[in-house]
Design a protein around this ligand. Structure first.
Ligand code: GLC
Length: 652
C-alpha cells in the first residue's frame, strides 16, 4: 500500500496534514498498520459517548503534533525497535527499580550513578514516581498533581531531559510510572471539578449521594482496608468521589473519551522526553461496572489496546508494562487476547510467580512453584513477563487465594500462616517482615519488608550466628536465582544487590509513619554498595554477608547475561521430581535449573519420562569448566544452573 495515498478517510487526512513532510511516509505507514486497531478499540468503548467525535479529532491532532516533536534520536530508537520487537527480552537485559530520592537524592544524583548501574548490568531503570506530586502525603508520588512537570524536590525538566539522554547513551531505558487510574485531589482537573466546572467533574466518578456508591461497595474489594477503608470519599461541595486507593487519589472516569485523549497525549509528551517504558499503574481498575469488583473489565483491556496502538503509531520504541496485581488467570489478558493477542502490553508484572516464590520458601516445598511455572504460558512474540522478587509495594497474598485452596497438582497452603511466618510470628521463622493492612493474625492481605529481612538475614546479623547467616544467605540467593532463571525481564529492587535490610526510621516521619510499605523503602547505603562492588571485583573472600551476597549475585547476573537459554522468551518446561521440595526447570533445550526449597538435604530423583541425561552437565555458577553428572542430592536451599554440554563436541 502506498503510504502517501490519501484515501477518503478524514482522520487519516487530518493526521497527515498535521505531520511535518519529512515524517509523513513513515508515520502514515504506521497509521495504516495500527489505526484500525485504535479505532476499533475506541469505537467499542465510546460509540455512545456524546463527545466522542470531537475527542477523536483532538486525539489525532495531538498524535500528529507529538510525532512531529519527537527527536531524531528517538526516531532512530523507534526504527530499531520496530525491526527488533523482542529487544527487551535479550538475556542480558536487567531491570532495576528505585525511588529517585532514595537512590540518588535527585534526578541529577541518579544521573551521577549511571556508571554504577552500568557496572551492575542494568539496561532498564524503573524510577518510581518523579512527576509533580500532591502537596503533603502523596502515596510515594502516586498522587500526581501535574504530569507535565518534574517533582521540584527532585529536580526540574532540564534534569529529566539530561537524565534520559545520559541513560540512552548508556544503553539503559528509563521506565516511568504513568498513574492512569487516578489523579491527585489537587490536580487542576480536580480543582476545577471542585470549583463547579461540569466538564472536569466528568473526568471523575462523582455521585450526589451514597446510593450508587453503596451499591458498588457490595461487590468491590479494598486495597487499603485499614488505612483507607471503602472506595468512595465525600468531598464537601462536590459529592461522593470514587477513590479506590487513598481519599486524595481520585479515580479517573475512563468512560469519558476526553480522559482517554488527555492520558494518551500525556503519555506521548512524556515519551518525547525520552522515557522509553511506562509502568501503567493500577491498570486493573480503569473500568467500573456495577455488580462486579470493577477490576479487569473488558473495556479496561480495550483502552489499553487503544493506548498501545497510539504508541505503535507515534512512538513505537516505547514499552507498556501492566501493573495489574491480579490472580494468574486475569493476568495473561494484559498481553491482549483473541484478535488482540500481542497488541496490549509488552510486559506485565508476574505477581503470582513473585508471591509463590515467597510462599514456597515459607512452606518449604516446591510444588506450588511447579504449578505457578506450569501456569505461566508462552506469550505472543514481543511480549514478556516482568520477573521480580520485591518492589516498593507489599507482597500481596490475595493473588494466591485460588492456589492456596489446593488442587490436583499441589496441596493447599495457609496464607495467614505464611504472612505470620514472614512477620516472624511462627515457630522456626527468623523473618523480620510485617503484616500490611491485615486486621488480625488470622486475616491476610500483604507483607512488608526487604528481601534480606524476609530471608532471615537481618535477624542472623543481629544474632551474630554464622550458621544462621549462611542459611539466610542461601535463601536469599535461591530466590534471586529462581527469579533470574524465570522467563521474562528480571528486575532487581534497589538495595537487594547489597542485601540491604529494613528501614525502621520511617516511623519517625509523621507523613510516612502510617504507611507500613516504607519499611522496605530505605535510602541506598552507598558506603556498603561501594565496598560490595570492590569485593566482587577483587574476588577476595570476605567475612561480610553483603559482600558474599553481592559477589554471588553479580556472578549470577553475568552468567545469565551470557546464556541465550535465559532469554526472556526462551522456552520453559517444568520437570517433575519425587521429592516435593525439588524444583526443576528446563530453559531452552539445554539449561536445567534445579532448586531445593527446603532446609533439608533432598534426593534429586526425576519423575516419569523426562529422560534427563545423567552426565555431561556443566555447572554454570561454579568456576570450573569440567562436566558433571546430574547431582544426586541438593543441600538445603541449594540452587544449580546446569548446562548440558554436547558430549561429542566436548570430547572432540
Ligand atoms: C500501585 C503502586 C502503589 C500505589 C497504588 C496507587 O499499585 O504500586 O504503590 O499505592 O498503585 O497508586
Amino acid at each position: 500500500m502506498n503510504a502517501l495515498r490519501m484515501p477518503d478517510d478524514p482522520l487519516r487526512r487530518h493526521f497527515a496534514d498535521t505531520l511535518p513532510a519529512a515524517l509523513r511516509e513513515r508515520a502514515l505507514a504506521r497509521w495504516d498498520t495500527h489505526a484500525p486497531r485504535l479505532f476499533a478499540a475506541l469505537r467499542r468503548t465510546y460509540a455512545d459517548a456524546p463527545a466522542f467525535d470531537r475527542a477523536l479529532h483532538a486525539l489525532v491532532a495531538g498524535m500528529a503534533a507529538c510525532a512531529g516533536e519527537r527527536s531524531d534520536a528517538l526516531h532512530v530508537l523507534d526504527d530499531a525497535r520496530e525491526r527488533d520487537p523482542r529487544w527487551f527480552l535479550a538475556a542480558d537485559m536487567l531491570g532495576y527499580s528505585t525511588y529517585v530520592d532514595r537512590f540518588g537524592g535527585s534526578l541529577r544524583g541518579v544521573a551521577e550513578r549511571v556508571p554504577y548501574l552500568q557496572r551492575l548490568g542494568v539496561r532498564y531503570l524503573h524510577l518510581l514516581p518523579f512527576l509533580c506530586p500532591r502537596e503533603g502525603d502523596s502515596d510515594g508520588g502516586f498522587a500526581v498533581r501535574d504530569y507535565d512537570r518534574v517533582d521540584p524536590a527532585l529536580g526540574d525538566d532540564a534534569d529529566l531531559d539530561a537524565l534520559t539522554a545520559r541513560l540512552r547513551d548508556a544503553g539503559i531505558s528509563l521506565c516511568a510510572d504513568l498513574v492512569l487510574n487516578h489523579t491527585a485531589d489537587d490536580h487542576r482537573w480536580a480543582l476545577a471539578a471542585r470549583a463547579g466546572d461540569a466538564h472536569h467533574r466528568d473526568y471523575y466518578h462523582v455521585f450526589p449521594d451514597r446510593t450508587l456508591p453503596d451499591a458498588h461497595e457490595r461487590t468491590l474489594g479494598q486495597v487499603f482496608p485499614i488505612t483507607a477503608p471503602g472506595n468512595f470519599t465525600e468531598v464537601p461541595g462536590l459529592g461522593h468521589v470514587w477513590t479506590t486507593f487513598y481519599p486524595y487519589q481520585w479515580d479517573l472516569n475512563w468512560s469519558n473519551p476526553n480522559v482517554f485523549v488527555e492520558m494518551a497525549l500525556t503519555l506521548l509528551r512524556l515519551a518525547n522526553r525520552g522515557i522509553e517504558a511506562f509502568r501503567l499503574d493500577s491498570t486493573a481498575y480503569l473500568w467500573k461496572r456495577l455488580g462486579t469488583d470493577s477490576m479487569n473489565q473488558s473495556e479496561a483491556h480495550a483502552l489499553i489496546q487503544a493506548l498501545r496502538a497510539v504508541v505503535d503509531i507515534v512512538a513505537p520504541g516505547v514499552l507498556l508494562k501492566a501493573e495489574a496485581i491480579v490472580p494468574a488467570p486475569a493476568l495473561v489478558p494484559y498481553f491482549g487476547s483473541g484478535d488482540a493477542a500481542g497488541h496490549e502490553c509488552h510486559l506485565a508484572y508476574h505477581s503470582t510467580l513473585m508471591a509463590t516464590l515467597w510462599a514456597a520458601l515459607a512452606e518449604r516445598r516446591a510444588d506450588p512453584l511447579r504449578a505457578a511455572f506450569a501456569r505461566t504460558p508462552a506469550l505472543p512474540v514481543g511480549c514478556g513477563w516482568l520477573a521480580y522478587l520485591r518492589c516498593h509495594d507489599d507482597i500481596g497474598w490475595n493473588v494466591l487465594r485460588e492456589e492456596a485452596a489446593g488442587n490436583a497438582t499441589h496441596a493447599g497452603f495457609d496464607l495467614a500462616r505464611i504472612a505470620r511466618f514472614y512477620a516472624g510470628a511462627e515457630a522456626g521463622s527468623d523473618a523480620r517482615g510485617r503484616a500490611f493492612q491485615s486486621a488480625s493474625d488470622a486475616a491476610v492481605h500483604g507483607t512488608n519488608g526487604m528481601t534480606a529481612a524476609l530471608c532471615g538475614l537481618d535477624a542472623a546479623r543481629e544474632g551474630d550466628n554464622d550458621d544462621a547467616l549462611a542459611a539466610a544467605e542461601a535463601r536469599f540467593l535461591l530466590l534471586h536465582g529462581l527469579m533470574l532463571a524465570a522467563p521474562g525481564l528480571p528486575t532487581l529492587y534497589m538495595g537487594d544487590e547489597i542485601a540491604l535490610g529494613n528501614d525502621d526510621t520511617y516511623a519517625d516521619d509523621p507523613l510516612r509513619a502510617g504507611e507500613g510499605r516504607w519499611l522496605h523503602r530505605p535510602a541506598m547505603d552507598w558506603a556498603t554498595a561501594d565496598a560490595v562492588e570492590r569485593a566482587s571485583i577483587d574476588g577476595i573472600a570476605t567475612d561480610d554477608s553483603a559482600d558474599r551476597i553481592g559477589t554471588a549475585l553479580r556472578h549470577m547476573l553475568a552468567v545469565r547475561a551470557a546464556e541465550p537459554a535465559f532469554r526472556g522468551d526462551a522456552s520453559m518446561r517444568v520437570l517433575g521430581f519425587d521429592d516435593p521440595a525439588v524444583l526443576g526447570l528446563l530453559r531452552g533445550d539445554d539449561v536445567l535449573v534445579l532448586a531445593n526449597l527446603s532446609p533439608r538435604d533432598v534426593a534429586v530423583v526425576p519423575q516419569g519420562n523426562h529422560a534427563l541425561p545423567l552426565d555431561g552437565w556443566c555447572d554454570l555458577l561454579a568456576d570450573d569448566t569440567t562436566t558433571h553428572t546430574l547431582p544426586a542430592t541438593l543441600a538445603p536451599h541449594a540452587l544449580r544452573w546446569l548446562r548440558r554440554i554436547d558430549m561429542n563436541t566436548a570430547r572432540a
